[in-house]
Ligand binder design. Sequence first.
Ligand code: KG4
Ligand code: ZN
Length: 393
Amino acid sequence: MKILAIETSCDETAIAIVDVKKNGTKTNFKILGNDLASQVAIHTQYGGVFPMMAKREHSKNIIPIFVSALKKAKIYKKVNKIKYSIELNNKIIDTLVREQELIKKWHKTMPYIAKPKIDAIAVTVGPGLEPALWVGINFAQALSLLWDIPIIPVNHMEGHIFSIFPNKTKTFTVDMNKKMFPVISLLVSGGHTEIVVMKDFMKYKIIGSTRDDAVGEAFDKVARMLGLPYPGGPEISKLARIERENDLPSTITLPRPMLHSKDYDFSFSGLKTSVLYFIRDLPKGKFDDNMKQKIAREFEDAAVDVLTAKTLRAVKFYKAKNLIVGGGVSANTHLQKNLTKALQETDSKINFPTKDLCTDNALMIAIAGYFQSKSKKIKNMNSKIIANGNLAL
Ligand code: KG4
Ligand code: ZN
């Protein structure tokens, strides 16, 4: 089965094409094409992602990325203009009526591409920024009409869970072996901070989440206070690393909110505010590069300490055989090191995505989409799919 996956939930326009073959409990994936246009450079200028700006960029980039993914998969074939029925053309125009940038490119490009052998389209429907999600959904709907193939709606967070399976090569296997459960997933991104228990394949129970800011959001906001560009996570990490590599002692103390609470919830807004007050109360002239380094390090320590403590407790309580860590913040090397060290006292195996799959990508949507299609969550060409910014697992 060949799947084309689309991801536009935040600031990456991504398309992946995979070929999937099932063999007993094992499912073998071959990555045919995987491409992405990042909007980071644009959002950096404004210090964050504005939904309408993200939407416009997706609208501009999605067809070029789609063409590039088809070319990488060697299934792009340019042909003389294909004539479609007026009825089909009208349906497509209706579907894309809100995507002005996209529709212009659609008319110039799509009637000149031969339909490749693709069996289904997987698309992220939430959670995320709704205007951004809609671009991917509308493009998926139009493509599904054009190629007469079904759509598989995919939850972005489920994608992050599946992102640990690909290695750095073109092929990988997902083994639906019951022995891997229970699994605990720590999902840490710009919009989410969740601990999820899985006792079986694709059965999710959220046991803890943030009560205010997501951890990635806190990284981004603190970075802004320190005058660092968006996205803030990697920038804070770079500064913190200088302190750690030079073995400098931490001379600042920030709170570890909810570290000792008996639940699996988090709170990062207080930590962020503590940084704000700390900077405000510094004596004149003290907010220099050296101080910024120290703040970055202590902030990263505080956030990672809480994430590690709660995750470790969940792993122990549920006797998890595997811990999956996914989402943009899972790229954080301090978090990776701390969690790996903490899990040494358990029998649980720790699983991270490769660096490029920690952040948003369409490959994870293709994998989740394939398994969703097997559990019959597949929609035909004419059914309406809705973006849901707050979609839960
Ligand atoms: O999963 P993701 O790409 O998008 C969402 O679904 O939100 O996550 C983006 C978030 C941003 O807040 C970014 O600052 C954070 O992940 N991030 C990091 C690192 N790399 C990305 N946070 C901490 N350390 C990093 N190395
Ligand atoms: Zn994400």
